[in-house]
Design a protein around this ligand. Structure first.
Ligand SMILES: [Zn+2]
Ligand SMILES: [Zn+2]
Length: 369
């Protein structure tokens, strides 16, 4: 007998089961994440490959050559400018030496003193050095000017080339975007191709086991896979499609649940009905219309479902307590009646007679499913 009456179990066990249900959900979601990630490893189209495929290789090559040439010219110009700087210093210093010697000679001439041969030689050497340096300086300066011009022309040519390249890169960009989109769809289809059958499988399993012991566990798997399907759709589908798919699914689920709730209110299932009867009898209220069941010592009292817990139950004289059949005066439903087996009084809307244990069908068969 006991196996047909599910027991809710001690509270710590229920807590533990709830906790493990959540754990199972998270782990299953995680697991599907690994699967989806592995599928996402399908190689994506490479931009570099596409470029080398679609752009004239000569154009790319000459662009590279120009780049190298430009860099070389820039570093040459840089070195030349530094040399020029050094030469300027040297020229300046030899000019200073010469000026000093000239000043010295001028003073000698003013004082009518003779200039020695050594002094004359030194003067000649200084003069020669100065002119040499100046010569070199002019040559270097000319080289720098030429390099600058070369650089300018190279830069202009490169500009033209880059514009040309930019133009020829546009179809590459378009092609790349197209291929990326195709790739994205391919990956999404692969992922959903694995996830949707999995979802159908766990849904089928849940439907088959929905009244069994493991229903909650399978439901967690259903929720985990559903969440993964939604996340994959969100990642891969353009938002204008995704929002319709997502809303459609949510609408279907909410609509289905609402329909179920409305149906179970209109035609409650046997167990729901029995639960309602039990709770009403516990509160001494008519299960059909909530009118107080005023039997025996409760005859002159009034209460509601809320206040019944706070009032002290009246104690009647056991000899005087009548246990007679009782019908709700408000809705005319029989609430206590004679047991067909033992003839004692029993609650009409509860399944079993408390005296003899005779079980009667109190809920019409039509509500059983
Ligand atoms: Zn009633
Ligand atoms: Zn009985």
């Amino acid at each position: 007998m006991s196996s047909s009456h599910p027991v809710s179990g001690p509270s710590h066990l229920r807590w533990l089961i709830g906790l493990f249900n959540v754990g199972f959900l998270v782990l299953f979601f995680w697991f599907t994440g690994f699967v989806v990630n592995d599928i996402g490893e399908i190689p994506a189209p490479s931009y570099a490959e596409l470029e080398s495929e679609l752009i004239d290789p000569n154009l790319l090559k000459s662009q590279l050559q120009f780049q190298q040439e430009l860099e070389l010219t820039r570093s040459e110009l840089d070195a030349e400018q530094r040399r020029l700087q050094t030469l300027r210093g040297e020229t300046d210093s030899s000019q200073k030496t010469m000026d000093q010697l000239l000043e010295f000679q001028r003073l000698r001439v003013e004082k009518s003193m003779a200039i020695s041969v050594d002094e004359q030689t030194a003067m000649a050497v200084a003069q020669r050095q100065f002119f040499e340096k100046q010569d070199q300086y002019q040559q270097r300066a000319a080289a720098v000017t030429q390099l600058n011009e070369e650089l300018l022309s190279l830069e202009q040519q490169q500009k033209k080339l880059l514009a040309q390249l930019d133009e020829s890169r546009q179809p590459v960009h378009r092609e790349y975007e197209q291929r990326m989109e195709q790739h994205n769809w391919k990956v999404a289809l692969w992922k959903l191709g694995v996830l949707i059958p999995l979802l159908l499988a766990v849904c089928g399993l849940f439907w088959g086991m929905r009244k069994g012991t493991y229903a909650a566990m399978v439901l967690m798997a259903v929720l985990a896979v559903s969440a993964r399907v939604i996340s994959v759709m969100h990642d891969h589908f353009p938002s204008q499609y995704f929002k319709y798919i997502f809303l459609g699914v949510i609408l279907a689920v909410v609509g289905r649940t609402l329909a179920y709730l409305l149906r179970s209110r209109a035609h409650p299932r046997a167990e729901v009905l029995l639960k309602r009867y039990r709770e009403a009898y516990e509160a001494f209220l008519c299960p059909v219309c909530d009118f107080p069941i005023r039997r025996g010592p409760w005859k002159f009292m009034a209460w509601t479902a809320k206040s019944v817990l706070k009032i002290t139950p009246p104690v009647g004289n056991p000899n005087e307590v009548s246990d007679e059949p009782y019908t709700c005066p408000a809705c005319s439903v029989s609430l206590y009646e004679k047991c067909v087996q033992c003839n004692s009084t029993r609650p009409s809307l509860l399944p079993t007679c408390p005296q003899c244990g005779f079980a009667a069908a109190v809920v019409p068969d039509s509500t059983r499913r």
